[in-house]
Design a binder for this molecule. Structure first.
Ligand code: AQP
Length: 334
């Protein structure tokens, strides 16, 4: 029998997910769910590396789970769960902390960025975030981890930690590969296109939330920062075109069109026409997701049933890994 390869991924309930989270990660999860055995978690433990309001965190956790399903992740086919419901994440995280060096963690771009944006709360969890993420992935022997570009550095360190551990104790962990989509691996802020779009951006004009109303989406795209050249052309690495490059990336991810064909489509048109087309494509793509999300809102019992069953299935896989690891490193069995 040909066993399916396994996927693990997740997103943090640190806000309503953005078009960036969707295009960079969640859309790939949906696309890959038929060909892999997939586990998708709501990463609540990661989210507390930044201070969260407890009541809001609880609500957002359920909202994110709902959003996964609304985006098209089938709870019948995939294991969907909440990270903190599976204690093995914390257990393996601690062990791996002891096999990770301060030097390699201090090179992580996300740590540097978040230390700047949360200068009043540079906690140890923020620093060791990539180790917990390595545990998330390695617990399930994931072959593939679909993420946005910003998380690729964390996949690299996960591979390094796993390789180091295997070098000492034998082949305990499978070495995972990252997976990025062709279009949308890094969606940029609409207001500061040199910065990635983030759900916790204090300026809501910078991001499109998956729950924004159509008129809000259109307004945000119309006020997106561009340049004065007026030519819809993708120029990789050209900072002056960062805004247009970003809108073209979004349009390409929505329509499947190549950059060249987008340029031909809008040749002789101004940015106004192009922005209207981008807005329409985004609104139409998000519409059914939004409708499904609203439909699920009233069905709390259904969601509870999904996350409870998901946690049980996830824990059954994860605990086996923890048990193997504990034995390898010399912890006395209970
Ligand atoms: N702008 C982006 N473009 C493409 N992919 C992105 N991802 C995040 N931002 C973009 C991908 O979304 C997945 C879930 O991300 P996360 O919730 O784990 O945390 P994050 O990467 O820190 O995302 P945010 O939106 O920036 O959250 P906050 O504001 O809380 O830090 C990941 O696969 C990520 O690559």
């Amino acid at each position: 029998m040909n066993e399916k390869l396994r996927i693990f991924s997740g997103a943090q309930p640190s806000g309503t997910i953005t078009l960036g989270n969707y295009l960079g990660a969640i859309k790939s999860w949906v696309d890959l769910q038929n060909d892999y055995e997939c586990l998708y978690a709501v990463m609540d433990m990661h989210s507390i590396t930044v201070r969260q309001n407890p009541a809001e965190l609880r609500k957002r956790t359920l909202d994110l789970l709902k959003m996964y399903i609304a985006c098209g992740i089938d709870p019948e086919k995939n294991i969907i769960f909440v990270q903190s419901h599976v204690p093995s994440h914390a257990q393996l995280g601690w062990v791996l902390d002891c096999y990770t060096y301060m030097g390699e963690l201090s090179r992580m771009t996300q740590f540097k960025d978040k230390s700047k944006s949360h200068a009043d709360n540079i906690n140890a969890g923020l620093f060791t975030y990539p180790v917990l993420m390595a545990a998330d992935i390695l617990l399930y022997g994931a072959d593939l981890v679909p993420v946005g570009k910003d998380q690729m550095q964390h996949i690299e360190i996960c591979r390094d930690i796993a390789t180091r551990f295997n070098g000492i104790y034998g082949d305990v962990f499978k070495i995972p590969d990252g997976f990025m989509p062709k279009a949308g691996a890094k969606v940029m802020s609409l207001q500061e296109p040199s910065k990635k779009m983030s759900k916790s951006d204090p300026n809501p004009k910078g991001y499109i939330s998956m729950l924004d109303e159509p008129n809000v989406i259109a307004k945000k795209i119309k006020s997106a920062v561009t340049d004065s050249e007026g030519v819809v052309e993708y120029r990789e690495g050209d900072e002056t075109k960062a805004g247009i490059n970003n809108l073209m990336t979004i349009y390409s991810a929505m329509t499947g069109s190549s950059m060249d064909s987008i340029t031909s489509e809008f040749s002789g048109h101004g940015y106004g026409d192009f922005k209207s087309a981008v807005a329409e494509a985004v609104v139409e793509h998000i519409r059914p997701i939004r409708e499904e999300y609203d439909r699920l809102s009233s069905d709390k019992a259904y969601l509870e049933q999904i996350y409870k069953a998901g946690a049980e299935k996830a824990e059954a896989i994860a605990w086996k890994t923890v048990r193997t690891v504990y034995k390898k490193i010399g912890f006395l069995a209970r």
